[in-house]
Design a protein around this ligand. Sequence first.
Ligand SMILES: NC(=O)c1ccc[n+]([C@@H]2O[C@H](COP(=O)([O-])OP(=O)(O)OC[C@H]3O[C@@H](n4cnc5c(N)ncnc54)[C@H](OP(=O)(O)O)[C@@H]3O)[C@@H](O)[C@H]2O)c1
Length: 285
Amino acid sequence: MKIGFIGLGIMGHGMATNLLKNGVDLFIYNRSKVKAIDLIEAGAHWVDSPAHFGEVDILFTMLAHPEAVTAVSQGSNGFLSHLKKDALWVDCSTLNPTFVKEMAKQAQAHHIRYLEAPVAGTKPQAESGSLVFFTGGNQADVELCDPFFQTMGQKVIPVGEVGQASSLKLVVNLMLATSMAAFAEGIAFGESLGISQERLFNVLIGGPVTPPYLASKRSKLETQEYSPQFPLKWMHKDLQMVSLAAYESQIPMPIAQTTKELYGQAIKAGFGDNDLSAIYAYLKA
Ligand SMILES: NC(=O)c1ccc[n+]([C@@H]2O[C@H](COP(=O)([O-])OP(=O)(O)OC[C@H]3O[C@@H](n4cnc5c(N)ncnc54)[C@H](OP(=O)(O)O)[C@@H]3O)[C@@H](O)[C@H]2O)c1
């Protein structure tokens, strides 16, 4: 079976590397070819355009946002017009449910099968092959992809029909975004009251009010080294999609909106390409 992969950023590069290491016949494309060089050297086939994936049976995409997915999938150079009939497109990007449903419709119009499979986990999990996949779509397609999901991840959670996995992913990221911001604000607040950062970390991390994942952000805050595992600008993007989905389902989300604006301000102040934990640096500045 021939497998395609488009989008070799922080997450996609680790995922594609794991497929390749496990003997998958892999065809790759990224807007910036430089991110593909080591994979090509390791045996992946470089594809010079999204329009040239006609040979693959399954195409994975891991792209920044709806605009990026549109850029590579639609139009005369988009892969949808060129994939072979009945090929399967598996989109792992974090997207809003309405957009995902539209992509499924577009795929169907081109006789392409579609599965959404957004992931939980960040750069280290993408590199170590321990992501969690949320799937939305046909169960037979989930089963077909299972060996590949198991190579890139440790768990697959079938959520339901197309749109449901993205919906669940947005719930998870809303919790991530708000808890990261609350933690950063709490630490900054405690320090302003004269409590040492070390004491705050020692009490809060592992304690009942702090989500366990925040322990992994301690060293970033301590060393002020904010190289991105999860870029802050993509968390803002995810909150924008939460906002859009909330508008569509008519639910008020005041905490999500405030948090979105906080991340937006941090981007404006130059923190967008940093890890999302740099929200602490923004609050301190
Ligand atoms: N990082 C995480 O912790 C994490 C965790 C779970 C889910 N996610 C989600 O996974 C997706 C990828 O995130 P990432 O962290 O890997 O981001 P990233 O490193 O910024 O990679 C983004 C990818 O999208 C491509 N891209 C962006 N704009 C494009 C356009 N207009 N046309 C074509 N390609 C475009 C980039 O190509 P270039 O290389 O040419 O820029 C790159 O391949 C996002 O949806 C994100 O929300 C991320």
